[in-house]
Structure formats: C-alpha cells, structure tokens
Design a protein around this ligand. Structure first.
Ligand code: FES
Length: 1001
C-alpha cells in the first residue's frame, strides 16, 4: 500500500512531470531569454557537471540570481540532489560565511565572481556535456532536502531553512490550481528569486505551469512600468515597498489579471490604490520562508482577515495560530500531533479567516524589528527554550505537568497520556474537549471558537475547550467524567462482514507501451488504445477527469493499472500492477457521520468509524442549516467543507486502521438525507426549505472527489444515493436497499429514528414513505440531562411498583450506579416508568403528589428527580423536567401520526414485520415506545426487528454492487411519498397523538 501511495503522491507526480521534459519546448521561459527546450538542455548540462565534479552529493551553492540559471539548476537537482544552498545575497561576507558554515566546495554562477579559492566554479554557460535525462530510474523522493534558503540578513543571525520538493512543489501545485495559472500567463516579478516568495511565484510556479516569466527584476516605479509596457504581464509579483512606490504613479492595467504581495504587511491604501488603478485583484500572502505560504487575503474582494489555504489545517488557540501544513521546514519545532504554532498573535475573523493583531500587521519592516522578534521566537521555539517551571494539575488523575506555552491543554494532556475527547480533531467545533480550569486568569483568553461553542454560563464556570486553551500560569485542569475519551462504539459503526460484489469501478492491469500510429496510417487515440489493451469498452469513455488522467500517461510506463468506472470511463492511471482497490461508503447524518472502508474486490468491510457531524454548530436539524446557508452564499461552501472534512477525517482513520492510504481509494459512495447530500454536493438547498420542498434531482449525477474537497485522487468517482423527496433522502433509500421490503410478500414497516423520523411501508406491490418531524429529542438531545449512550448514561429504566419510584440502570461503569445523564433509550423508558407510577399524567403534566416530583412556588410539578445530587456522578440532580416531557410528547406524537397516516394512505391495516433502525432507533425498548404511544399497537401483532444502522449497510452494499444503484434509481421514481403537512386532518391528529395512552395495569 505504501508503494501505491508513492506512485499516486501528487508531489511525486509533479516531480515526474517536471523531470520528464518540457511540456512546451518552444515556449519562452524567460522573456527575453531562453525557451523551455533551452532551459532543459542547460539543466541537463548542469546535471552532468554536478555528477562529474567532486562529491556528487555534497551541497552546492547558488552564486547567481539569474532566473534561467537558477531554474535550470533546480531542475538539475530535483531528482536526487545534490542539495542547493541559496543565500539571500552574494556579498563576499555572505558567501564566505556560508562556506564556513556548510563547507560547500562548488558554486554555480555566471559570470564568475571573487570566491574563496577552495571553491570550484560551475558556469552553466561554459558547459558542453549534457546528461541523457533529468529523470532517475527510481521514483524521486519528495521528502529529501532539495534547497536550503539562507535568511536573516537584517537580524545578523542568518539561518538556513531547508525545503523539500513536497514543501515547495506542494505549494506550487496549490497556487497553480487556486489562481488558475497556465501556460498563457506571463509573470513579471519585482522581487528576486532568491527568497522563498520570489522562488515560488517567479520561478517554480511558471516552470510548473509552462508559463513565461520576465527575466529582470525592476524595482523602481518607472522601471516596473516600463517592463509592464514592454512585456504585457498577466501576473505581477511584488512586495509592499514597491506597491508604496507605485501608489502615486500606478501602472496601466494592460493584460494584467492578478497581482500578489508578500514579505510583510501591505498598507491598505497602497493595495487599494493599485487595485483601483489597474482594476485587478491584489492578493496578499501570509507566510514566511520557514512556514511557506499559509493564507491569503484579497482586500479588493472585501476580505478583512486572511483565509488559510484549503490544503492547510489551522486553528486559533489562545491568540496563536496553529497550522498543520506540508510546507513547513523540517527545522521548525512541529509537535508530534503535526501542529506548529506561529509566533504572531492572531484572532479569528468569522469562521474561515484570521487577523494578525501582533507581529506582522503592526510592526514596520524597515528596521528589521519584526524579523528580529520573529527570529528570536522561532529560535527559542526551535531549541525548546520556551518552558516554565510552573505546572498545571490534571484532575481527576492528579497529575502535575510542566507548562509548555505553545501547547494547547489537549496537547499538553496527550503528551502525558491524559486522554481528552476530541471528536472534531481539535478544530474547536464539537465541544467534546470541554474541561474546567482554575484559576481562569492563568489560562489564555477565550478564542472565537470557544465563544461560539461554550455558553456564557459555562465560561463563567471555568469551562474551556482543551483544544483551544493554553495554560499561562499555575492551575488545575479538570476533565469532567462525561467528556473523558470513551472507547465505546460510536453509534453507527456496528456493522461487519462481507457483501456481494459487482463493482462499478474496477482495476485493470496493462502491460506494454503505446504503439504510436497504426501501420495502415489510421490514427488511433491513446484512450482507444488503452481500452483495447484491457478489452473494456468502458475504458474508452472520457469525461474531463478521465482526460486529465490520460494526460498523465507516459511511454516510460511499462506496466500500469487503469481504474475504470463503468459509466464515466477511465478515472485513474497507476504505475505498476496494483490490483486491489478500496471503496469508502459514508452515511452522512445530520447528527453524526459514519464511514465504512470496503475492499472492492472481495466485498469485505475492513474498517468503520463515526464522528459527530461538524455542521452541528450551525444547528441540530436540516432546517437550521438551510437557514444558515440562505443567510449568505459563502455559508454553502462552509458547510460543504465541513462535510468533506468529516469524511476525510473518517477516511484517514479507517485507512490507518488497515495500513492503507488514500491512493488506494477508487470510489466513494455517500448517502444522507436530501439536504445533507445536496449540501455535500455543493448545491444550494434553498428549494428544500420552502414548500413544496423539492430536491434538485432524484438521481444525483456522478461527482469527482476533487470537486468535493475529498483528499483522495481528485479523479476518484463519488456517487450519491438517489433520493425519494426533499425529506426522504438517500439514507432511507439505502435502508430500503439493505432490507429489501419491495421484494417481500409480507408488509414491512421500517422506522428510522434519527434527527428526523423516516417511515417506509409496503411490500412487493408498492412502497410508501413519509418523513416525521420528530426532532432530536428521541436521541437524547434537547433533553435537560440528555447525553449520548455512553458510560454513565441511564439507558434503561423501569417502575418499582412497591416504592412507586423509578429504578434505572447506568451504562458501563461496572460496580457503580452513579449516572451522568440520560440517553435516548433511557428517556423513553423513563417516560414509560413515570407513566406507570402515575408521575406523568396523560396530558403530560407532572403529578406533584407523587414522591420524586418537585414543584415550583405555585405548586406546579416541574421535574421528577431520578437521582439526587448525592447519587449522581455530576454532583447535580439528574431529572426529567416538564419541558423534557413536552419534547418527547411532540416527538412521539409526530412519529405515530406519520405511521398511522401512511398506513391509511397505503390502505394497509396490518404490519407483518417492523424494522427499527437508526443509530438510536435500534436500541430502545419498543414495548415502552408502544406504551407511551410512540408506535401504533398494530406493531406488536407482527415481528419487531432492531437493525443497527440499516442505511450504513445499504450504502456499503451499493458501493460494492452497481446493480443496487440502478435499482435505487428506479425505486426513487416508483416509491410514493406522503407529505403529511398536506393532509387536512394531520394537525388535529398530531395534537391528539401528543397525549399519552392509558397504561396497561
Ligand atoms: S476537540 Fe475541541 S472542540 Fe472538538
């Protein structure tokens, strides 16, 4: 599997493309100057010289900033070295200092300059011999040091930062895609190519995009304007001091379409003046030599904060920016968790950007003070000198731990084997890492994420998010029992085994090279040739993803593997024979997301995992999320990214469990309610929030992973399950595929209880479906002491008839019966038990005469105490309140009315089998649900079968078996949907159904 990863690693692929020769040999690289063919010839000469003189692997110094020579040298050293030392200037002091420090013995330069006598000069313009190729026999290593950049002239403390091909070319790929840079672009840079910013934007980006770059670096306004007039650039790469100089004397727009600024803070007025004069976007880049690019801002588009690159994970924790990035230099003190803390002080701005409040935005560059401060923090961090004698104590473990200023409490705990839950992976979304700190003043100030997630009362009590807060002085961090990491099953993952396979996506091995033209001179396309090699007509289909993949074909491939999708054709080309492909099935629920990793050859379910849906911060139900998206178009992207993030997170966890990589994934299948699916597809759900709640389509088209932000190869096919209506989605369809009621004679009732209740009814003669607005109360949400079904939850309850009290059982926690809260199955039992002992009356009121019912001042029963503060594990009462009872009345009333109306509409009076499903739906005592009027009595006359997450089973089956997808397509048009709100007597029936039935004695 590791081998597969190397071969599909996008950076390796980029390296191979660069090494294989120019894509456009005749196109100019530098203007005026050399074309790509000439550039590559120079690179081959340098490669020959480097391998022929001295120690071929010893570092070599760059002695010129000539873009052509620099680019050719970078190409010559890309595959396997030697590593390239790039000083920030060529003063004698700089070069001799660098030589003393690194001992380099060769320098590449033209014309030769005064140099230490021990150094051999390689002048590329004097070389004759050419290496045969730049490409080595072995796959190039993307993680070896490629260049080392010397920085810090202004501080007097120069430092070398090494950069790997992954650091540099990973960012180059991102920039090319993000800013759509192509061979049509002409780049003018007023910054030298010796510094990271110039190296990336004015050398590596044009090289990788086959674009043209102006050879000179004009720096005076008139010179810049002159070059602009002479070369008509489409992209201008500059820095704040030059934008300042151009402010009074701006250039013409010409062909310019984009401008970049970096290397420090750009005064807003300077940027605005430039954008106004030229009418182009000015993109400010945030980052440094050692970090690479991190974020960008377009003030002309109204941006206030910097938006991090999509490929970088980030969080603001205690006014510090943490990033996980592939662009970080390895000298940086990146923590084992992958996070690195930048020295600048920042604060979040909105949900997707940050502002620099201390450091770059406030310190003038001229005297290098910012750089000094930055450097000193960096070097302190790099040498591990930021530490304190002070400690925090983690409770209840009672462990004293020395403070590390840059670590969040979660990381500090993890470093000492103290586990704190982090369901959202430290993104500040889930709130599950909540801890109690004391004293509050000895911890960093709350981040925006904490203000979003925690209530003012929680903040006042000292609650903090462990993934955000940092200790800055001595204190105590208490992990509440409810929130300690729990290894119990996470709801939807309890399915296993193998399923039938007839995969839509298959891997086909090919041997041999493309034959070129046929003998009879009839031209043949590469796609046709490939299809003929595997005798697979589907391989000759081509959408744009297929063609992009095909463009990766190289004659050097002697054996390779095609990944072919039966409908859309060739999806991927893999080097070598790699026959085992994996698929990832996803049940994208409103509350939680489950992922299942499957073998597309054997049908085996290899791993499963689940997490909270990070979109929950924008509302528990689909209507709140639709409203959030309706507020602002950008919110659609925001929620789409969150869904993709959750899927990526689960995919990574599942792949890790089996030692596979994302390169092994060939197809992804997703089911969810209609809103979840539509939002994940990036399609606005407006129509789902207004009558008549129409979905855009019943059968969504195939998507590509790259369009949806999945981390697999972008060409991987993604299918979404067909839906039945705006409120009966792909998850219900998946449940139908798994249980197959449409093939049975018996009448089946499927009740899927999640945040909504979906009901399916019928048999081979026809199926009816409806959706009931049960809300999340039946899952234990919106219940005052509600919690998930994990250790400490009351999950069963029953009446003790002798004491007329309610007894209960707590999940897990063997030997101790102190509850933390009550979960969904517990609340149904509790309501039934309280009905039995008479504490809840048929209309939902609490009878204050019953022992345990607590009344208010007016004598009205307000809550029933299940466990007093002395019996609970929280130190507070665990109660069922009047409001909780109301929530359950509304939920159960909606469900039973939906079922009864559906039966009436379908003309069905008897049910042979009832399937209870959903993460919660399979786990409750259905007899108690019957007793409180949540299910109709007719259910008890047939068989009742709990099935954990039928939708998960269905999406796994459809991922593995293409026939099920066309079956779903057909069913989506055949199943009849009942819109309850359109039934004239629904409101009356629903109101009546909120009452509780009489209890059997
Ligand atoms: S891990 Fe801290 S909020 Fe999710």
């Amino acid at each position: 599997m590791t081998d597969a990863k190397e071969k599909t690693d996008p950076v390796v692929m980029r390296m191979q493309r660069l090494l294989s020769g120019p894509a456009r040999p005749g196109q100019a690289f530098t203007m005026p100057g050399i074309n790509y063919d000439g550039l590559y010839r120079m690179a081959r000469r340098i490669r020959a010289a480097l391998s022929g003189e001295g120690d071929a692997k010893a570092p070599v110094c760059m002695g010129t900033d000539d873009r052509t020579i620099l680019a050719a040298t970078m190409l010559a050293t890309l595959a396997d070295g030697p590593s390239l030392l790039i000083p920030d200037n060529f003063s004698e002091n700089r070069i001799t200092g660098l030589q003393r420090r690194t001992g380099f013995t060769r320098i590449i330069t033209h014309p030769p300059a005064p140099l230490p006598t021990t150094v051999a000069v390689i002048d590329p313009k004097q070389l004759n011999d050419e290496a045969e190729t730049l490409a080595p026999d072995e796959a190039p290593n993307p993680d070896r040091p490629w260049v080392a950049l010397l920085t810090g002239e202004s501080t007097g403390t120069p430092r070398l930062w090494s950069k790997t091909p992954r650091n540099l070319l990973g960012e180059v790929d991102y920039l090319i895609k993000r800013y759509e840079i192509s061979s049509n672009d002409r780049i003018l840079a007023s910054v030298p190519a010796l510094h990271i910013y110039g190296l990336l934007y004015s050398l590596l980006v044009p090289l990788a995009a086959s674009a043209r770059v102006v050879g000179q670096n004009p720096s005076l306004p008139e010179a810049i304007k002159g070059q602009m007039a002479a070369t008509s650039p489409t992209i201008f790469v500059s820095m704040p001091v030059h934008y300042r100089a151009l402010r009074e004397n701006p250039p013409e727009k010409g062909a310019l379409r984009l401008a970049f600024s970096s290397a420090g803070p750009l005064a807003e007025a300077d940027g605005t003046a430039f954008s106004r004069a030229t009418g182009v976007d000015l993109v400010e880049i945030y980052g440094s030599t050692e970090t690479g690019g991190i974020a960008a801002r377009r003030r002309s588009k109204g941006d206030v904060g910097f938006t991090p690159y999509h490929c970088i994970q980030w969080r603001v924790a205690g006014e510090r920016l943490d990033v996980r990035s592939a662009f970080l230099s390895r000298e940086l003190p990146v923590r084992s968790s992958g996070w690195f803390t930048l020295p600048d002080r920042v604060k979040t701005h909105g949900s997707d950007s940050f502002m620099v409040v201390g450091g770059a935005d406030t310190i003038v560059e001229a005297d290098g003070s910012r750089e000094k401060r930055h450097q000193s923090k960096m070097s302190a961090a790099a040498t591990g000198k930021i530490s304190h004698n002070q400690q925090v104590t983690f409770e209840p473990a009672g462990l004293n731990v020395a403070i590390e200023e840059e670590q969040t409490l979660h990381e500090l705990g993890a470093a000492h084997n103290i586990d704190i839950r982090a369901d959202c992976g430290g993104m500040g979304i889930c709130g599950k890492c909540r801890v109690l700190v004391h004293p509050k003043g000895n911890f960093s100030s709350p981040t925006q994420a904490e203000l979003d997630v925690l209530t003012p009362d929680q903040m006042a009590d000292g609650s903090r998010l462990a993934c955000q807060a940092r200790a800055i002085g001595r204190g105590t961090v208490t992990i509440p029992d409810t929130l300690a990491e729990n290894s119990e099953a996470r709801g939807k993952t309890g399915i296993a085994g193998s399923y039938p396979v007839d995969a839509m996506t298959r891997r086909l091995a090919v041997e041999g090279r493309s034959p070129g033209l046929k003998k009879d001179h009839i031209p043949e396309s590469l796609l046709d040739w490939l299809a003929a090699q595997v005798d697979e007509v589907a391989a000759s289909a081509a959408d744009i993803s297929s063609l992009r993949q095909l463009a990766k074909y190289r004659d050097s491939l002697k054996a390779f593997t095609l990944v072919v999708h039966e409908k859309t054709g060739l999806r991927r080309i893999l080097a070598g024979r790699q026959t085992a492909g994996l698929g990832f099935a996803v049940d994208l629920g409103t509350t939680s997301v489950a992922g299942y990793l499957c073998n597309l050859e054997t049908g085996a379910l290899l791993a499963a995992d689940a997490c909270v849906n990070p979109q929950r911060r924008f509302g528990e139900d689909v209507i709140s999320r639709i409203s959030h998206i309706n507020e602002k178009n950008a919110h659609l992207d925001q929620l789409q990214h969150l869904a993709a993030e959750a899927i990526n997170f689960l995919m990574a966890r599942c792949l890790e469990k089996v030692g596979a990589t994302v390169g092994d994934i060939d197809e992804v299948g997703v089911c969810g309610n209609t809103t979840m699916q539509q939002v994940f597809a990036g399609l606005h759900p407006y129509g789902l929030g207004v009558f008549p709640y129409l979905p855009l389509t019943l059968s969504p088209p195939p998507f590509s992973a790259g369009d949806l932000g999945l981390v697999t190869d972008p060409a991987v096919a993604v299918f979404l399950m067909p839906v039945v209506s705006g409120f009966v989605g792909g998850d219900t369809m998946a449940a139908i595929l798994a249980d197959r009621p449409h093939e049975r004679d018996e009448i089946t009732l499927i009740v899927d209880i999640g945040t909504n209740g979906e009901v399916v009814l019928g048999n081979r003669e026809g199926l009816w479906v409806t959706s009931c607005a049960t809300g999340p109360a039946l899952e234990g949400a919106q219940i005052s002491c509600g919690m998930r079904a994990v250790s400490g939850a009351i999950h069963r309850a029953w009446p003790d008839k002798s004491s007329r009290r309610m007894d209960y059982e707590v999940l897990g926690n063997e030997g101790q019966n102190r509850p933390l809260g009550i979960c969904g199955s517990g609340i149904i039992d509790a309501i039934a038990a309280l009905r039995h002992i008479g504490a809840i009356l048929p209309n939902g009121r609490l009878d204050e005469t019953i022992d345990g019912v607590v009344s208010d001042k007016k004598g009205v029963g307000r809550h029933y105490t299940i466990a007093g503060s002395d019996q609970s594990a929280t130190g507070s009462d665990i109660s069922v309140t009047l409001k909780d009872v109301r929530q359950i009345q509304l939920a159960k009333g909606a469900l039973i009315t939906g079922i009864e109306f559906l039966m009436r509409k379908a003309g069905i009076e008897k049910v042979d089998r009832t399937i209870l499903t959903g993460a919660f739906g399979a786990r409750f005592n259905w007899k108690n649900a019957l007793a409180i009027g949540m299910l109709p009595p007719v259910v008890s006359e047939g068989e009742v079968i709990p099935r954990e997450n039928l939708a998960g089973v269905g999406i796994v089956m459809a991922l593995l078996d293409k026939k099920l997808r066309s079956e779903a397509h057909t069913l989506s048009r055949r199943i009849r949907y009942l819109e309850l709100a359109s039934e004239s007597d629904f409101a009356m029936a629903f109101a009546q159904a909120t009452s509780f039935p009489e209890m059997a004695k």
